[in-house]
Design a protein around this ligand. Structure first.
Ligand code: UD1
Length: 418
């Protein structure tokens, strides 16, 4: 097995290009099956979740070509109604194929989704929304069988602005008859990107990026070409890294409008950030300041995906910080690994109290999920000794090459074959 070895104690300096967004590209790839033609998607990140989605598309009859970071999907002929279990177990995002496949072929079966181990992650809002669009969904023996004679547009109010449920409903609505209005919709930038992609395919959508999205059902779509924007969570991870180690980094392609709240947070931790059309520069001259109370929230609030990377930086802050995790109940699995490295963190339900220590020390630790894994890489860069991070398959789900990126910024980070 491969693990990541980090020898810390260095400041980060340099510039890197930020990879394309994982959470944008996955629903966009799923959306490609809506059209019986060709879609070309540029700036796709080279991550295992994208490979998994490509293999799913392949398994249902799409012809998929990869040319560098461009993925070309020819979905002219689909030939399978069942999403293979091996992919579904590996990636929760496979659930977003329900909406487009119902729209395109009126029938689809899928087993219950797997994915990162960050809580119960129910799919009730997806199922409820699709049922409202006239789908019949039978849940039996861990299998969802979804069918419809015809999807019909309607008004759907989400009990919670779930990102995945908003995407699934949106994708189903594109080929439904009539108008669909989604209220209390998620406002994350990835929803906006999905709407931009669907519009480029010929869908008619209003209200993207707001809590009310209106979709006029279309009867056909057309070939299109789309470039995925920079990943705001990867951007934020590297911002947290420099907030922890000190130094000056330039994140090329990073979109300021997608991470206003994160910029605010790292600035309060002592960083100076400058945004330009080229990207974002982050400078940190001292040990990070503590953050008195940081809550994760739906967009535009502080993202749950950056809670662990920022927590890693706060372990060595001057003073005590409090984090409240409001989105996923099991997102503190990284804490016991950080404690092994000398962090002083106490958990009480949703609340984490982080008492800043002067430094961390190297240890052998394990990733339990994607962003917690990235947090351990940051902790490794803080510790002066060597840290070995195991179970890195989680990290590879979302970071194209975290070692390459951080080495370009001057860190000593390598993959080691066991
Ligand atoms: C997406 C992101 C993930 C991010 C999360 C929140 C992708 C591939 N993943 O995940 O990185 O952390 O948004 O920004 O885009 N919920 C229900 N019922 C449902 C669906 C969700 O109760 O049917 C709950 C979840 O358990 C969770 C909350 O809603 O507590 C947020 O989940 P959701 O917004 O759906 O996140 P995902 O789409 O799974």
């Amino acid at each position: 097995m491969t693990y990541i070895q980090v020898t810390g104690g260095k400041k980060l300096h340099g510039d890197i290009e930020v990879q394309g967004s994982k959470n944008a590209v996955l629903p966009i790839l799923a959306a490609s099956v809506l059209h019986n033609g060709v879609t070309t998607i540029h700036h796709c990140p080279e991550i295992s979740d994208v490979q998994c989605m490509i293999r799913i598309l392949d398994s249902i009859g799409c012809k998929v070509k990869k040319e560098g970071s461009t993925v070309i999907v020819d979905a002219t002929q689909l030939n399978n109604y069942r999403i293979p279990d091996e992919f579904v177990a590996r990636m929760r995002s496979s659930i977003i194929l329900l909406g487009p496949l119902l729209g395109r072929q009126h029938f689809v079966t899928i087993s219950y989704p797997g994915g990162c181990t960050i809580g119960a992650r129910p799919i009730d809002l997806h199922v409820k929304g699709l049922k409202r669009l006239n789908a019949e969904i039978i849940e039996a023996n861990d299998l969802l069988t979804c069918m419809t004679t015809k999807l019909l547009g309607t008004e759907i109010n989400l009990d919670f602005p779930s990102v995945g449920a908003t995407e699934n409903i949106l994708l189903a609505a594109v080929l439904a008859e009539g108008t669909t209005i989604i209220t209390n919709a998620a406002k994350e930038p990835e929803i906006d990107e999905l709407c931009a992609f669907l519009t480029c395919m010929g869908a008619k959508i209003d209200g993207s990026g707001t809590g009310t999205i209106i979709v006029q059902g279309a009867t056909s779509l057309h070939d299109c070409e789309y470039t995925v924007k920079a990943d705001r969570i990867v951007t934020g991870t590297y911002m947290a890294a420099v907030a922890a180690t000190g130094g000056k980094i330039i994140l090329r392609g990073a979109v300021k409008e997608h991470i206003e709240e994160v910029i605010e947070v790292v600035n309060r931790m002592g960083c100076v950030t400058q945004a330009s059309s080229e990207g974002i520069t982050v400078i940190q001259k001292s040990r990070p300041n503590a953050y008195d109370l940081l809550r994760t929230r739906s967009y535009p609030g502080f993202p749950t995906d950056l809670q662990s990377p920022v927590m890693a930086a706060l372990t060595i802050a001057r003073g005590n910080s409090i984090l409240i995790e409001n989105i996923f109940e099991a997102r503190y699995k990284v804490v016991k690994e950080l404690v092994k490295m000398g962090a002083n963190i106490e958990i009480d339900g949703k609340i984490a109290i982080i008492r800043g220590v002067s430094s961390l020390h190297g240890a052998s630790v394990k990733a339990y999920e994607l962003r917690g894994g990235a947090a351990l890489v940051i902790a490794g860069m803080i510790a002066k000794e060597t840290t070995d991070i195991h179970s890195i398959e989680y990290i590879l789900r979302g970071y194209e090459d975290i070692c390459r990126d951080l080495r370009m910024l001057g860190a000593t980070v390598n993959y080691i074959e066991e």
